[in-house]
Design a binder for this molecule. Structure first.
Ligand code: ATP
Ligand code: MG
Length: 556
C-alpha cells in the first residue's frame, strides 16, 4: 500500500529535475496495437499520466506499431476508447512509431555510414546459433565486415523490395562477446512483405521493437521512459543507439509488472481465450481487459484508485484480486442506486391481502447519498421472494422464512408463512402467507421483532430479466501453475458463468440503459449489459456485497 513516501520512480524524477538533467517531465504510454488493454496496462497508464499531471508535464499516447503481421486498426480504436474511459487525455499527442519509419530509416543509414550497422544474410536459424548463450560468447557473422558502400546498397535494395522475406536483415555492429545478449549485434530491420494497418504497402522492411522504441521516445522528447522490468537488459542497447546517433537521451526506468491472482495478463494468452471461444470476446465480463471490466460494471475511478494505491516496485509480486473488487464495491456503494430484484423467484400469495389492490411503497434510492431521492415500489397480493430465502425445515441459524415464521418484507409489511404448496413431485411451487396491515413500512406498533428482512417484487408489477453471474475465470490463484505438459487453459473455471433466466425486477428498472449499475438489495451490484434489446433486460453481476478483502487484510 502507498504511504506518504514517494516511490522510487518519483524520487528519480525529483533528482533529475533538481540536478537539471531535464527541465520538464514528459512521459508516454506506448501500447502495441496487437490486443485489447488489460488491467496491467491500466497500471502503466495511471503511472504515466499521473506522473505527468503531478509534475505539470505531458504524457503522449504512442502506438508502437512495428509488427504488421499482428497489428490491427480494431486494436488501435479499442485502446483509445479504453484510455479515455479510464479518464486520461493525451490531447493532440497521438503518435505512431510508423510515423517515424522514414526517420528511423535515415538513422539506420547513418549508423551504416558510421560502420555501426551491416546487412547480414545468415538465416534466422543461423543468427540464433551464432548468438551464443548466457555462458558462451557469440560468433561473428561472416557478413559483419562488409564495406559500408555494399551495406548501403543492400539496405536500399531491401527497402525497394528486391529481396524476399527472411533473406537478409540489418544488424547493429556492437559486440558478439558481450555478456548481455541484447548487445550481440541485434537485428534492426527485417524484410516483411506484408501491408501495415497505417502505412499500407509503402514499406516491406520493418524496424524491430528494439530499434524503434528508444528512438521514438527520443524523437518525442520523452524525459522519463517508464517500462516494465523485462526491458532492463535492453537498456544498454537503447543507450548505445542513442549515443551513436547523438540525439536526445530519455531516462528509462523499469518497474515490476502488475500480476493479479486468478488472472492471466499476457495478450497472447488472452487472444488464445478469445480465438478458442473460451470467452465471448475481448470484452467478456470475465476478462481482465478494460473493455471486459467496463461491461461488467467496474467504475473507472475504482480502477484508478486500485492502480494508484498498489504503488510501484522493483520486484515482481502478485496482487490479490479481492483488493480490486474492494475498490469497485467501495465506489459503487457510494454511487449505485438500490433496487429490488429476485433472481430465483418463489411465488408468495398473501391470502389476507385484498384481491386486485396495488399500493405504492416508498423506497430510498441510496442510503449513502440521500440526494438520490426515493422511488415508489408497487405491492400487491402475489409477490416473488428469493427461493433461497425459504426453508421448509430450517437448519439452525437460518432466520429467514419458514413455515409458521414471520419476516419483514423490505419497505413493506411483516408476513407469516401459513402454508406450503407443492406439485405432484413434491417441489415447492408457492407459499401462502398472511400479512399484518399494521406493519406497513416495516415496523410493528406492538414492538415485536423479526429476525430477517427479505427483498421481493410484485408478481404483476415486475419485469422479467436475464442475470449473468460470474466467478473467477480460473480456479487457481496462479493460472500458470500447471503440471509438466499441462496448459493454463486446464485451470479454466467451468463455473465462471451462470446464466439465470426468469429473474424478476422491480418496474423502475424497466428502462435502465446499458452501462448503468445498480445494487440489487442483498444480492450485489449489477450492470445492464449491452445485450439488452427491445426491453429484454440483461444484467451482469459486477461484484457481490461481501468484501473478502477485509478478511485478507487482517491475515496479512
Ligand atoms: P503483454 O505482456 O500483456 O502482451 P505487452 O507488454 O506486450 O503486454 P504493450 O502493448 O507492449 O504490451 O504494453 C504497453 C505498456 O504497458 C508497456 O509499457 C508495458 O510495459 C506496460 N504493461 C504491459 N503489461 C503490464 C503489466 N502487467 N503491468 C504493468 N505494466 C504493463
Ligand atoms: Mg510489449
Amino acid at each position: 500500500m502507498k504511504d506518504n513516501k514517494k516511490d522510487f520512480i518519483r524520487e528519480i524524477i525529483d533528482k533529475d529535475l533538481e540536478e537539471g538533467r531535464y527541465k520538464k517531465v514528459h512521459t508516454r504510454f506506448p501500447p502495441e496495437p496487437n490486443g485489447y488493454l488489460h488491467i496491467g496496462h491500466a497500471k502503466a497508464i495511471c503511472l504515466n499520466f499521473e506522473i505527468a499531471k503531478e509534475y505539470g508535464g505531458k504524457c503522449n499516447l504512442r502506438f508502437d506499431d512495428t509488427n504488421p503481421t499482428k497489428e490491427e486498426e480494431e486494436y488501435v480504436l479499442s485502446i483509445k476508447e479504453d484510455i479515455r474511459w479510464l479518464g486520461y487525455d493525451w490531447e493532440e499527442r497521438e503518435f505512431y512509431a510508423s510515423d517515424y519509419f522514414e526517420k528511423l530509416y535515415e538513422m539506420a543509414v547513418e549508423l551504416i555510414k558510421k560502420g555501426k550497422a551491416y546487412v547480414c544474410e545468415l538465416t534466422p536459424d543461423q543468427i540464433r546459433e551464432y548468438r551464443g548463450t548466457l555462458t558462451e560468447p557469440g560468433k561473428e557473422s561472416p557478413y559483419r565486415n562488409r564495406p559500408v558502400e555494399e551495406n548501403l546498397k543492400l539496405f536500399k535494395e531491401m527497402r525497394d523490395g528486391k529481396h524476399p522475406d527472411g533473406s537478409m536483415v540489418l544488424r547493429a555492429k556492437i559486440d558478439m562477446a558481450s555478456s548481455n545478449l541484447n548487445m550481440r549485434d541485434p537485428v534492426m530491420y527485417r524484410i516483411i512483405h506484408t501491408s501495415h494497418h497505417r502505412t499500407g504497402n509503402k514499406w516491406c522492411i520493418y524496424p524491430t521493437y528494439d530499434w524503434a522504441h528508444g528512438q521514438s521516445d527520443s524523437l518525442e522528447g520523452i524525459t522519463h521512459s517508464i517500462c516494465t522490468l523485462e526491458f532492463q537488459d535492453h537498456r544498454p542497447l537503447y543507450d548505445w543507439f542513442i549515443e551513436q546517433l547523438g540525439i536526445h537521451h530519455p531516462r528509462q526506468i523499469e518497474f515490476a509488472r502488475l500480476n493479479l491472482t486468478y488472472t492471466v495478463m499476457s495478450k497472447r494468452k488472452l487472444l488464445e481465450l478469445v480465438e478458442g471461444g473460451y470467452v465471448k470476446g475481448w470484452d467478456d465480463p470475465r476478462m481482465p481487459t478494460l473493455s471486459g471490466m467496463r461491461r461488467r460494471g467496474y467504475p473507472p475511478s475504482a480502477i484508478r484508485k486500485f492502480c494508484n494505491s498498489i504503488g510501484v516496485a522493483k520486484t515482481e509480486s502478485t496482487v490479490d484480486i479481492e483488493l480490486l473488487e474492494h475498490f469497485v464495491r467501495e465506489e459503487l456503494n457510494k454511487t449505485a442506486e438500490r433496487r429490488m430484484a429476485v433472481l430465483k423467484p418463489l411465488k408468495v400469495v398473501i391470502i389476507n391481502y385484498p384481491e386486485g389492490k396495488t399500493e405504492e411503497l416508498e423506497a430510498i434510492n441510496n442510503p449513502e447519498n440521500l440526494s438520490a431521492g426515493t422511488r415508489k415500489i408497487p405491492f400487491s397480493k402475489v409477490i416473488y421472494i428469493e427461493r433461497d430465502d425459504f426453508m421448509e425445515n430450517p437448519v439452525p441459524k437460518f432466520y429467514r422464512l419458514a413455515p409458521g415464521r414471520e419476516v419483514r418484507l423490505r419497505y413493506a409489511y411483516f408476513i407469516r408463512c401459513v402454508d406450503v404448496i407443492k406439485d405432484k413431485e413434491g417441489n415447492i411451487v408457492e407459499l401462502h402467507c398472511t400479512y399484518d396491515p399494521d406493519t406497513r413500512g416495516g415496523d410493528a406498533p406492538d414492538g415485536r421483532k423479526v429476525k430477517a428482512t427479505l427483498h421481493w417484487v410484485s408478481a404483476e408489477n415486475s419485469f422479467p430479466a436475464e442475470v449473468r453471474l460470474y466467478e473467477y475465470l480460473f480456479t487457481k490463484k496462479n493460472p500458470l501453475d500447471v503440471p509438466e505438459g499441462g496448459d493454463f487453459k486446464d485451470n479454466l473455471n467451468p463455473n465462471s458463468l451462470t446464466v439465470l433466466t426468469g429473474c424478476r425486477i422491480e418496474p423502475s428498472l424497466a428502462d435502465a440503459k446499458p452501462g448503468m449499475v445498480f445494487q440489487f438489495e442483498r444480492l450485489g451490484y449489477f450492470c445492464v449489459d449491452p445485450d439488452t434489446k427491445n426491453g429484454k433486460l440483461v444484467f451482469n453481476r459486477t461484484v457481490t456485497l461481501k468484501d473478502e478483502w477485509e478478511k485478507i487484510k487482517k491475515s496479512l
